[in-house]
Design a protein. Sequence first.
Length: 138
Amino acid sequence: MQQFLHNDKGLSLVEVIASIILISIILLSFVALFLQSNKTTVTSNDIVDATYVAQQEMETIYTNRTEPTVEAVMEKMPQYMKITENTWKKELSNTVNIQLTMVADNNYAALNLTTVIIEVFENNVLKSRFENRYNIGG
């Protein structure tokens, strides 16, 4: 009977349960790491796409900056709808739109610069914003 009670050949139920719990904690932390990594990748791709769209629109403004007025520049971009005196909007899809603002820059009045701000929204959340100054008509 004494030999049966002091048998050290196997693992006890407590040791097995403890090892299963430790392995589960380690695996759950790896799963959480992979999920966060995937979420970060998706968010990063959205921002890169929005930045590319904003850059394309800024290049279009740059190309048309030789027009004599802001209104003439915007006539070259008929896909934009005027929403205020200095702001226009372009819808790319049901969820993505671009807001373009052009305002005379009073800080550089002698240089006749216009501040151009392009913002890309997805589901009404700002994804990218570009700002530059151009001499419209120059």
